[in-house]
Design a protein around this ligand. Structure first.
Ligand code: AN0
Ligand code: CP
Length: 315
């Protein structure tokens, strides 16, 4: 695997899930695979889970992880081509990336959508430069359009908890005070479409995601109708793709509460975290025994470890 952005990068999903369960059962079975290998994890944005789970996954494989926070710890990096660098950016990505590549065997990059220019974000302009100029395998740790380590962990969690071969999975938009990226819902949609689930997306008008990720997934604008008979509810806020990066709705009727959960098939509740309580989901729902948010976050070590393991096996 040269890079990890999309569901196709992992190949056969049944094989990947089988490997994930094996990694979860025996996390230290490949301690020699990563011996004398280094992974550099670059963060342009904040993180709790991704930062910790990626380091833990690397350590489980015997690898040495190095974390660099670009904002605050490193030089400010210029990302535009052909500019006169007379501002506050001391170094260009064009030098920084090959330098980072020369110090490691695998690179992970977190670089969120900026919401300045949809084409810049949706071309994955930053991540693609890492792929092009580092000469090393690159993992998206949530880049402008995707969060594949999260979606893979979500799929593992669904497979572990489902009692049926084809569960109904509902991804619901929920309100949030700030404008959030579409990366998490894009990847979740992409991975659900590739899995054997009955997938429904519900959101207010204007929150339609890029169809390159949602494909033919059913969209139901009536949240209560969407939730009927659901086995899994996956809540997430995202900003508009159409009115790029804009907040079009703040209606707290969309907050996932007992009212919606009562029409489901006693559904499990999922969220990638961090979550704003009583905005995205009410306390009683996230604190209920059906909430999977903690096991879901724990599976981030597993998904990251499978991806790193596969990359190491090809080096
Ligand atoms: C980010 C997002 O919505 O993409 C990260 C989620 C994993 N969330 C926030 O910025 C709150
Ligand atoms: N879910 C997730 O990626 O969390 P962090 O932003 O804390 O890494």
């Amino acid at each position: 695997m040269k890079s990890f952005l999309h569901v196709q990068d992992i190949g056969d999903l049944d094989a990947a899930l089988k490997e994930a369960l094996e990694v979860k059962r025996t996390p230290f079975a490949w301690q020699n695979l990563g011996k004398n290998k280094t992974i550099i994890l670059i963060f342009f944005n904040n993180s709790l889970r991704t930062r910790l789970s990626s380091q833990k996954a690397a350590q489980n494989l015997g690898m040495n992880p190095i974390v660099l926070n670009i904002n605050g710890e490193s030089w400010k990096l210029e990302t535009e081509t052909g500019v006169v660098m007379d501002g506050d950016k001391s170094e260009h990505l064009r030098e920084a990336i090959p330098v980072i590549g020369s110090y490691c065997d695998i690179i992970g990059v977190r670089s969120f959508a900026r919401f300045e220019d949809r084409a810049f974000d949706y071309n994955e302009t930053i991540l693609n430069q890492f792929i092009k100029y580092s000469g090393k395998p690159v993992i998206s740790l949530e880049s402008a359009t995707v969060h594949p380590c999260q979606a893979f962990a979500d799929l593992i969690t669904i497979k572990e908890h489902t009692g049926k071969p084809r569960p109904k999975v509902v991804m619901s938009w929920a309100p949030h005070p700030g404008a959030l990226p579409q990366a998490v819902p894009n990847s979740f949609a992409e991975w659900m479409n590739a899995s054997d689930v009955d997938f429904v997306i519900t959101h207010p008008e204007g929150y339609e995601l890029d169809t390159r990720f949602t494909g033919n997934a059913r969209i139901e604008y009536d949240q209560m109708k969407a939730f009927e008979g659901a086995d899994f509810v996956y809540a997430k806020n995202w900003s508009s793709y159409r009115d790029y990066g804009k907040i079009l709705c703040k209606d707290r009727q969309w907050t996932v509460s007992k009212r919606q959960m009562d029409v489901t098939n006693d559904a499990f509740f999922m969220h990638c975290l961090p979550v704003r309580r009583n905005m995205i989901v009410t306390d009683d729902v996230i604190d209920s025994p059906k909430s999977l948010v903690i096991p879901e976050a724990a599976n981030r070590v597993v998904s990251a470890q499978v991806v790193m393991k596969r990359m190491l096996e090809e080096i």
